[in-house]
Ligand binder design. Structure first.
Ligand SMILES: [Mg+2]
Length: 327
């Protein structure tokens, strides 16, 4: 742990050459010159990205990839790790771990395995079958009685079904720490209704994940109190988009969660640096590298069970095994 660093902004000057080939568009960054300035982050520096952003397709994953590469280049150029670049609040995080939609027996086995590895928070994918979800939850609880639960319905319930799940859990004396995206992404009324009942009647926080795909969505959720938590994914909104949403949400009283898609330690490591450096996420869901059969990244953060630690190596610190990548 290091002392919290005041937020800061940085400027970027770069020249970008775009090469169109038969395989698509490639971005070549010919020069990158970053200057760190200790000042309050007001996203002034976003304007320096403006010309670049207009050239990048407005797809979250592609934006995120280019932004990660540029910000990593900036951190490398000044010799500091990304977690320090983002504010240096901490160099460590702890993640939950996901139990996918499986049979109660398989879920129980996974819960036992993760308990031995030290995971305290299990994220359970639900939303396919209400009664089946309850059975799985009962078997997990038997195998890992001390665990904290996050339920992620991935838009799978109607508002009434989501409330029914909370009722059944209450009867079982189970209070999830979070109920993620209970209803369809566009069901704003249902999201707000479930959030209100969950909080007022059962003391459960509801997170918007798929419902928050942009700064506009985040503003709506904050202004209309449609959820208690906003789940940010860099692959969904890009790095700069994530920082804008964070800046909006932090003073609002809502909490923040950081998650990801199915990512290796490269993209997820970047998100981990950001989460550790900013230190503003109540819920951290950066587990997909733990679920992959192979790790194509060398270097980078060290993982011990749920705990990730980031070194003082400059930039991201991790690199792809290029020879293992299929083209
Ligand atoms: Mg989710």
């Amino acid at each position: 742990m290091v002392s919290p660093n005041p937020r800061f902004a940085f400027e970027l000057e770069c020249s970008i050459d775009i090469v169109e080939t038969s395989l698509g568009v490639h971005f070549h960054c010919w020069s990158v010159d970053w200057k760190l300035r200790p000042r309050i982050m007001d996203f002034f520096w976003l304007h320096h990205f403006k010309c670049l952003m207009e050239l990048i397709p407005r797809i979250g994953t592609q934006r995120a990839g280019v932004e990660m590469a540029l910000i990593d280049a900036a951190a490398n150029s000044i010799g500091i790790p990304l977690w320090r670049l983002f504010g240096g609040v901490s160099n460590a995080i702890s993640t939950d771990i996901t139990i996918p939609i499986v049979s109660p027996m398989e879920a129980s086995e996974l819960a036992s395995k993760y308990r031995k590895q030290g995971f305290k928070t299990l994220k359970l994918k639900v939303g396919k079958n209400l009664n089946g979800d309850i059975e799985v939850l009962q078997s997990i609880r038997a195998a890992h009685p001390d665990c904290l639960f996050i339920l992620d319905a991935n838009e799978g319930y109607t508002a009434n079904e989501a409330i029914k799940v909370l009722e059944k859990l209450h009867e079982m004396d189970v209070t999830p720490v979070l109920f993620e995206q209970p209803v369809h992404r566009d069901d704003w009324e249902g999201l707000g209704h479930v959030s209100q009942i969950a909080k007022d009647k059962y003391g459960v926080s509801v997170a918007a994940d798929e419902s928050c795909r942009s700064l506009v969505d985040a503003k709506k959720i904050v202004q209309e109190s449609l959820a208690d938590v906003i789940n940010i994914k860099l692959a969904k909104v890009g790095v700069l988009g994530a920082l804008e949403i964070i800046d909006l949400v932090r003073p609002s009283g809502l909490n923040l969660m950081i998650g990801g898609m199915v990512e290796t330690r490269l993209a997820m490591g970047f998100a981990g640096h950001l989460a550790a450096g900013l230190g503003c996420f109540k819920f951290i869901d950066l587990d997909t590298p733990l679920l992959l059969a192979e790790d194509p990244v060398f270097g980078g953060y060290e993982a011990s069970g749920p705990d990730y630690s980031f070194s003082n190596a400059r930039g991201h610190g991790g690199f792809l095994h290029w020879e293992n990548i299929a083209w």
